[in-house]
Design a protein around this ligand. Structure first.
Ligand SMILES: Cc1cc2nc3c(=O)[nH]c(=O)nc-3n(C[C@H](O)[C@H](O)[C@H](O)COP(=O)(O)O)c2cc1C
Ligand SMILES: O=C(O)C(=O)c1ccccc1
Length: 391
């Protein structure tokens, strides 16, 4: 392990030794400045598709609700060596950080998920690949190599297509299926409607479908011969708002992989996931992109952990921007966290290198914040690391 002694600590992720050597960072350091840089390089409609939400309230709440859980630093504990490892689905991960599934990454960079997979492999951070990706899942997995990949399923209304996608993912070497439940239709997204912009309606992000024999069997012509017909067919099959809890048995039977439900906020839904034989849940409000005015994701975390945390993996996303946010989520009981928009901006500004840089910075920040709050093992954090009495 490469541990560098610097005034920023003796840590494995000491990327800001770059600054100490007098080198300027390749990307702005502050999340807000990184987003502003991405805005300069992106087409405005693409920028707003990524940056925007369903209204503004839940996105803002995702951020400011972290303030309800202040860290409570302790002194004179030995923090000379730290361990960021954690266990998810019974497997040891080197750190609690993962990449959230983000669709249509080709609007950010032509190398899209391939660049993200290379960065994930380089830094050793697991990646979750969206169903709505710009390259087929098999090609992305080959870039990931041995690094953990999860496959996120948008659950189609056609069971045969669902089974085909899930079984391809298993065969390609993905280690879990993440079933996203909160996007059975897209929310009222004013920015996208105003710009008349939905990238998948231009045929972007459909690589997993156009490479699928079951999907293609529903088309009269080859997918690229009639893009309009391909998009129409996709829009008819991609989601399944009629599903209920009992339908999960079909997916359970389709694969031996662990199944994780994404978009769980209510403790009763977490309990239902457990009853349905699921292996984990991701507490998420989709980065504020679906139900505006919903509970902030971080405010839903403790309730889900208390309901099912002893029995299944509980993960968290929506609003993670800095190291302290990760510590708070882990202290509240998350086994790991996923980041979305931060790596999207790294991808937009500098491709693979930009994603790797964003991940390394976050890991350095997590490591330093762990040390400075008086802890040496992230998987030992409990709510006692927080000062608040709100949970
Ligand atoms: C541009 C964009 C596309 C997304 N596409 C998907 C997707 O295809 N599947 C999915 O489960 N979640 C998707 N999400 C939600 C993310 O997985 C994640 O829940 C969210 O971005 C986390 O919040 P954060 O961006 O504040 O970190 C998307 C989010 C964004 C910003
Ligand atoms: O935009 C999103 O948040 C999202 O999850 C999605 C849904 C369908 C296609 C692509 C992305």
């Amino acid at each position: 392990m490469d541990r560098t002694n610097t005034p920023y600590g003796n840590h494995q992720f000491g990327i800001y030794s770059a600054g100490l050597k007098g080198e300027l960072p390749i990307l702005p350091l502050r999340y807000e400045d990184l987003e502003a840089r991405a805005r300069e390089v992106l087409d405005p409609a693409a920028y707003w598709y990524v940056a925007g939400g369903a209204g503004e309230a839940s996105m803002a709440a995702n951020r400011h609700s972290f303030d309800r859980y202040p860290l409570f630093p302790r002194m004179l504990t030995d923090v000379s060596e730290r361990d960021l490892s954690t266990t998810v689905l019974g497997k040891k991960h080197a750190t609690p950080l993962m990449l959230a599934p983000l669709g249509v990454q080709e609007i950010l960079h032509p190398d899209a998920e391939l660049a993200v997979a290379r960065a994930a492999a380089d830094v050793g951070v697991p990646m979750t690949l969206s169903t709505v990706s710009s390259y087929p899942m098999e090609q992305v997995k080959s870039e990931l190599g041995d690094t953990t990949g999860w496959y996120q399923l948008y659950w189609p209304n056609d069971d045969e297509l669902a089974t085909s996608l899930v079984q391809r993912a298993e065969k390609a070497g993905y280690e879990a299926i993440v079933i996203t439940l909160d996007t059975k239709m897209l929310a009222w997204r004013e920015r996208d409607l105003e710009g008349a912009y939905l990238p998948f309606l231009q045929g972007k992000g459909l690589a997993n479908y156009t490479s699928d024999p079951v999907f293609c069997a529903g088309l009269d012509k080859a997918p690229d011969e009639d893009v309009v017909a391909t998009v129409k067919h996709w829009s008819q099959v991609y989601a399944s708002p009629e599903r209920s809890w009992s339908d999960l048995a079909k997916l359970r039977a389709a694969t031996n992989l662990p199944l994780i439900l994404k978009g769980v906020l209510h403790p009763e839904d977490a309990l239902a996931a457990r009853r349905a034989g699921m292996d984990g849940v991701i507490v998420s409000n989709h980065g504020g992109r679906q139900v505006d005015g919903s509970i902030a994701a971080i405010d839903a975390l403790a309730g889900v952990v208390d309901a099912v945390g002893d029995h299944m993996s509980v993960l968290f996303d929506s609003g993670i921007r800095r190291g302290a946010d990760v510590l708070k989520a882990v202290a509240l009981g998350a086994d790991a966290v996923l980041v979305g928009r931060p790596f999207a901006w790294g991808l937009a500004c500098a491709g693979e290198q930009g994603v790797a840089e964003v991940l390394r910075r976050l890991l350095a920040d997590i490591d330093l914040t762990l040390a400075l709050t008086g802890h040496d093992r992230i998987d030992r954090l409990t709510r006692a690391a927080l000062a608040s009495t709100r949970y």
